[in-house]
Structure formats: structure tokens, C-alpha cells
Design a binder for this molecule. Structure first.
Ligand SMILES: Nc1nc2[nH]cnc2c(=O)[nH]1
Length: 421
């Protein structure tokens, strides 16, 4: 049978946030790019096909990073003694300015893309910088490495240093050029509309971006309610709008089921209801919640209330793009939040956080992040033999890999059925 691949190993994935599906020495049948089925014993019809036998290794879905800043790759681990606005002004804008040079972009973006891949991120949603040519470099580089992604040229035309302040019309012109060139150029890497955040975007640019979103049927990403000074700033800039989220919505930038808002640390009831009503995805970024002293987003509550939620590394507000490190931090912060709330509700379980890092974020892309039938076959093969000599269940082995494993344990990677490592 043409286009069929059969993989054997210890399969573990989530269909819902509250439980794992595990198949010890199970089989995944893949047809072209998609999962045909998972089986504990191989059905007769596939019996004479070749089997790729991963023996005792784990087979898990690839990770999804819903929020990261590509031009901040070099800044990981520095400047984290500041809060958001001074951090942006002192470190981030200065580094992003370097991307006016495409040679610099080629160097940084190829290391970024390889690092994402090596760490098992098979789908990623990236902010680029304001620079059109370097954004093209990012599209081309991500395509070459073979992981899937949305990439957005940043738009900002006020309240930032002159060297990054865009002329509004030129910003829109460059965005449309990128959308036209890259919407169909590559199968796995697509453009996304990316106003940086409300403080750096004029009403005019937001209005135009809303129009482009509708006209070209695009997705949108930005930041929301991350830090208290930022929220105060937005309420001063938009005194007649009822809340930060409402500003995006007013300009048509909460496109149903197609928008990601990073952070949402301080979203109140009305904002949460708006996010829910519009099917906005919240990218929870525990790394930057702590590093930039922003606060802990109540992610477990958001998830339980039915919001679309995924995880973001948010480099370089977050210092590490490894999604296993992000998962650990998300669990740890959710425990702190739970204690802070006098043990009301609960904290993130291992299946909760694994779901967030796979199917939760993956549903922004489509059928991604699980091994259910017709899901894209994005998978990691994990050799965890160096991590323990205990006799553990598959769930415990996965937990151990998340907590103490690293990129060296990821021995093979599949994206859309193709082996990229
Ligand atoms: N974490 C984070 N928040 C932002 N808000 C506006 N820009 C940024 C950024 O680069 N990182």
C-alpha cells in the first residue's frame, strides 16, 4: 500500500487534558502525512508491510510553541532583572534593530531554527522584527529546517525608539508584500498578522491590520494584559474602550479561532469572556511571567473554563526555548498559584501540561499535537535509556523525560510524516 508507514514503540499522547493514551509496544500507522490509526496489535491488512521498530523508545507528538520572538534568540538569559517596559527599552529593541542587516538575520535565524528542531518543537508561532527582508530570511530558514510555523513581521509605529518606529503606510505595504509572497510559497510556513502590542500601534495601523486580516483571511498574534504598567498605559491611550482586549477586538483583530494573545496574566472576567466568545488562544508563557516579574497567569483556571490555551517559550522574556523546560515551569507556577489561592481549585497535572504543549497549542494549526486518526504525524522518538534504571510506567517515563531529559534524548523527529531528523 503506497504512502504507508508503520512505527512500533511505546506510544503516549493525549486526546483530552485529563488523561494519557498509552500503548506499550504499540503501532502507529501513518498514511502520507497523517495518522491512520494507533493499535496495540497490528491489524491483518498491514501485516506484510515493513515496520520501523523503535523497540523500547517512546513515541510522542512533537511540541508546539505558541509564542516566541525570533530576533530575541541572542538575548536569551540577559536583561532579566528588569520588568517588561524597561526590558524592552534597554535590551530588546536594541537587539531587534540589528535585524536591519540580513546577514545578521541569516546567522541568528539558522541557529534559532536548528535549536527549535533539536528541542523537538515541530510547530511554532514566531514574531519576527519590523524588517521585511530579514523576515523573508526567517521564512526561508524555517522552510529549510522543515518545521511548521506562522511568522509575523512586527508592526509598530509609535511609542518606540525612532530606529524601530515605522511609517504607517510603509509598514502596511511591507506586510501586504510578505503576505502575498509567502501565503502559498511554502507548505508549512505561513504569514500571520503581528501588531507588537497596543502601546506601540496607532489606531490607524490597527485598523489597517484588521482590514488585511479579513481581506487575506489571516491569523493574528499579539500580547495582552501581561504587566500592570502596560495595562495602565493602554487604559490611558484608550480611555473610552472598556478593557485592553476590547481594543484589539474593536479593530477586528480578534479573529474567531484564529488569534493568539500571549500572556493574559491580568485578564479580568470580561476579558476572559471576550477571549472565550472569540475563541482566542491564550499562549501561556511561564518563563517570562517569572523572568520579567509580570505575575502568574491563572492558566489552570483558564484551561478548565474551556478557553483555548497553549504554551509559549516567549524567548527572550523566557530564557529557554525547550518546551520540556517550559512545561516544568508551567506546572511549578501553577502550584505556586494554587498555594497562593489557599489550595482552591487545582494545579496543572502532567497530562494537563503535556496536552497544552501538544494538542492544546496544536489546535491553532489544525489537527496537530495528537495521534488520533487524521492528525498530522508530527512526532518525536525519545531514547530515555540514560534517565533511569527503575521499572516505570510509560507515564512516569514521560514525566521523567520532561523533568530531567533534554534534546539529546530526542533521537528522531517527524513532521507531517517526513523524517527531518
Ligand atoms: N514578553 C514580551 N512582551 C512584549 N510586549 C511587547 N513586546 C514584547 C516582547 O517582545 N516580549
Amino acid at each position: 500500500m503506497k504512502g504507508l508507514k508503520i512505527l512500533k514503540g511505546n506510544i503516549i499522547f493525549t486526546k483530552d487534558p485529563n488523561s494519557f493514551v498509552t500503548l506499550e509496544n504499540g503501532y502507529i500507522v501513518v498514511k502520507d502525512s497523517k495518522v491512520l490509526g494507533t493499535y496495540s496489535s497490528l491489524p491483518e491488512e498491514f501485516k506484510n508491510l515493513e515496520i520501523i521498530d523503535y523497540k523500547d523508545k517512546l513515541i510522542i507528538p512533537g511540541f508546539v510553541d505558541l509564542h516566541a520572538h525570533a530576533p530575541q534568540f541572542e538575548n536569551r538569559g540577559i536583561g532579566l532583572d528588569r520588568e517588561l517596559i524597561p526590558w524592552l527599552e534597554t535590551y530588546t529593541f536594541v537587539e531587534e534593530d540589528k535585524f536591519k542587516d540580513t546577514d545578521y538575520a541569516k546567522d541568528v535565524y539558522s541557529r534559532l531554527a536548528n535549536s527549535l528542531k533539536e528541542n523537538g518543537t515541530t510547530s511554532v508561532v514566531l514574531f519576527s522584527s519590523i524588517h521585511k527582508e530579514s523576515t523573508k530570511v526567517l521564512f526561508d530558514t524555517m522552510h529549510k529546517v522543515g518545521i511548521s510555523g506562522f511568522i509575523g513581521k512586527v508592526n509598530m509605529d509609535r511609542n518606540c525608539p525612532d530606529y524601530l518606529k515605522e511609517d504607517t503606510s510603509k509598514s502596511i505595504e511591507d506586510t501586504i508584500e510578505l503576505v502575498k509572497e509567502y501565503s502559498k510559497k511554502y507548505p508549512l510556513v505561513k504569514p500571520i498578522i503581528t501588531p507588537r502590542f497596543i502601546p506601540t500601534c496607532s489606531d490607524e495601523i490597527l485598523l489597517k491590520l484588521g482590514e488585511i486580516t479579513t481581506e487575506y483571511d489571516l491569523k493574528v498574534q499579539s500580547h495582552l494584559s501581561e504587566n500592570k504598567s502596560e495595562i495602565d498605559w493602554v487604559s490611558k491611550l484608550h480611555p473610552n474602550t472598556n478593557g485592553y482586549g476590547m481594543v484589539y477586538d474593536k479593530f477586528g483583530l480578534f479573529k474567531p479561532q484564529s488569534t493568539i494573545m500571549a500572556h493574559c496574566v491580568y485578564s479580568d472576567k470580561d476579558e476572559i469572556n471576550l477571549l472565550k466568545e472569540k475563541g482566542v488562544f491564550v499562549a501561556h508563557c511561564p518563563g517570562s511571567n517569572t523572568n520579567l516579574s509580570s505575575g502568574i497567569a491563572p492558566i489552570k483556571e483558564m484551561m478548565d473554563s474551556g478557553l483555548n490555551v497553549g504554551l509559549g517559550s516567549d524567548i527572550s522574556g523566557g530564557h529557554d526555548l525547550s518546551m520540556t523546560k517550559v512545561m516544568v515551569l508551567a506546572v511549578q507556577l501553577s502550584k505556586m498559584k494554587w498555594l497562593e489561592n489557599n489550595r482552591k481549585g487545582s494545579f496543572l497535572s502532567t497530562s494537563n501540561v503535556f496536552y497544552l504543549a501538544t494538542k492544546g497549542g496544536g489546535s491553532f494549526f489544525g489537527d496537530i499535537g495528537s495521534f488520533e486518526r487524521n492528525y498530522d504525524f508530527d512526532a518525536l522518538i525519545i531514547d530515555d535509556s540514560n534517565l533511569t534504571n527503575l521499572d516505570l510506567s510509560l507515564e512516569e517515563r514521560l514525566q521523567k523525560f520532561i523533568y530531567i531529559g533534554d534534546d539529546r534524548n530526542i533521537v528522531n523527529i517527524y513532521v507531517k510524516g517526513s523524517k527531518i531528523k
